[in-house]
Each structure stands twice: as structure tokens, then as C-alpha cells.
Write a protein that binds this ligand. Sequence first.
Ligand code: GFB
Length: 312
Amino acid sequence: MKDNAKIYVAGRETLIGSALVRQLKARNCGNLIGEPQEEPDLNKQDIVDDFFAREHPEYVFLVAGKSGGIRANQRYPAELMLDNLQVASHVIDSAYRHGVKKLFYLASSCSYPKHSPQPMSENSLLSGYLEPTNESYAVAKIAGIKLCQAYWQQYEAKFVSGIPANFFGPGDDFSLEDSHVIPALLRKMHEAKVAGAEFVEIWGSGTPRREFVFVDDIADACIFLMHNYDNSEPINIAGGLDVSIRELAELIQKVVGYSGKLHFDSSKPDGMPLKALESSKLKGMGWEPKTSFEDALRMTYEWFVINENNNK
Ligand code: GFB
């Protein structure tokens, strides 16, 4: 992928999409197509197809599709599944029919079975039952991976997939019900600090473990893989630390400066007991995340404080 190639980031308004656009611009990739107009409606095949016919992208990062935390997955399984199936099938098919040189599809670590050996390696895909709290979304993400592989197999289309660890960062969804755990806890603790509240409620038992990676590092890995990975087998994108939700909550207390108590509400779901990714394949290619977990939390918190009023 040359710096002046025509690149399309499908889903540039998502957390990862905006990080990708930032990083591509920082690398002087000036030919980002589709900007500054509004993104085409990826839920409509004819609109996506017209867009590809008009713009002729050479490289596509497919990071579109609705997502959310554990509660959003329980509340909107139909919406999340349909949206992700539609955007993946529309963009992948148009990319093939309009001769895109390479497409990078971003899946999700919830594509792995609930009881995969940990850390989860690429060959655990489709080896068991999924975690019920996000099964619908996970099936759509698996379909995206499989569609890339099918186009590779049938048409020799260079469509590759990456499976990221849970990611977070500036621009995240900070809503209390639908967000992922990091933005939710940053906001809860910030509001508790400002209000002088005695405690903050943390969902679940606090024992589940998650591996987190800063969104700018995930974006950096996507670009690295676009340059260096030519294989139809999906590849994990991780290399962060796995922490328990209790440890995470304590670290967020420190970052926010909140000294109240933590109340764990076991009536709320835990989800996967442990989600960490085996990342030796990517590491072996010479890529590792660059941002420390605490620095990434601080940058995300700073962004939230500056944009707090837009996040209510
Ligand atoms: O980030 P999260 O919503 O998603 O939750 P998953 C991670 C853990 O944090 C769960 C706990 O054990 C939650 O119960 N948690 C504690 C909280 N307090 C909170 C809170 O205030 N808000 C939230 N959201 N969680 C997602 C999937 O699973 O992983 C998505 O649902 C996606 O589909 C994503 O794949 C990567 O890690 O459990």
C-alpha cells in the first residue's frame, strides 16, 4: 500500500475508524476517499456499490458495524447482528466486484468460543459454543471472517481478517448502559468524584479478566497488517495485559482520583470468564503495542473530561 494509494476506511465514525483515519493522515496517506462527504449508507447494497463504482478504492479497511458492551449486546442482539452482517456483506462484495487490491476486515475477540483455552489462539475459532451474552454479534463477526476467506478461496481476492483484543480510547461511547467497561467506569468514577458519592457500582463479580489494547495501537496494527499480512487465516491483534475487572476498577480509581468504595453487583452479568488473545503470530512479525495501559487510560480520561458535556 503506497502512501498515495486510494484508501477507504469503511466505518470512519467508529472508535477504531476515527483512530485509523488519524493514523493514516499522520503517515501522509493523503488519498483517503469518501472524505469529507458523509459516509455512504453501508446498510444499502446499491449505495455501497455506487460509491465503489465512483471512487474506485484500492485498499479498504472494513471497521464498520455497530458494537457495544455486554448490556448493549443483550438489549439489541437483532440490531447488532443485522447491521454487522449487512455492512460486511455489502462492503466485501463491492470490494471484490470493483477490483479492490486488498481489504482488511476487523472482527472481534467475542468470535472465540466461551471455553477456549486461554490465551485464545486463532485455531480455536469455531471449536465450541459462544458466550451467550454476545452470541448474535459474534456470529455476524464470524460470518465476516468466513466471507473474506470464501472470497479468497473462490476468487483469489486478498481479503484478510484481524481479531482484536477489547479496545478503548478517546472518542469511545461513554453512555452508562451501552458502553464497554472502560468508558463506563471512567465516567462513573468521574461523576462519583464530582458528586462526592460514597461508592460506585461495578457490574458483575469483578473476577472476569480482559485483555485491553489502546485503540491507536489497534489502528497501527491494522495498517501494519495491510502492509505485511497476506494470508486468508485470521490473525489476533493483542499484546496488552490481561487484568481482572476489580484490578481495572482500582486502576481507574487512581487515574480519576476517586477515593470512594467499589460495590460489585453480582446480579449483573460477568460475560466471558477470561478473554485474552494469544498474539505470537503478530509478535513474530515484529509488531507490539506501544502505549502503556495506564497512559492509555489517562488519555481516554482526559478526552472524556474535555468532551464530557457531549457524552451525556
Ligand atoms: O466491556 P464489556 O461490556 O464487554 O464488559 P465484554 C466487560 C466486563 O466488565 C464484564 C464488567 O464482566 C462486565 O460485567 N463491568 C463492570 C462492566 N462494570 C461495568 C459497567 O459499568 N459497564 C460495562 N459495560 N461492563 C464485549 C461484547 O464483551 O466485548 C462485545 O459484549 C464485544 O460484543 C466486546 O465483543 C469486545 O468484554 O464482556
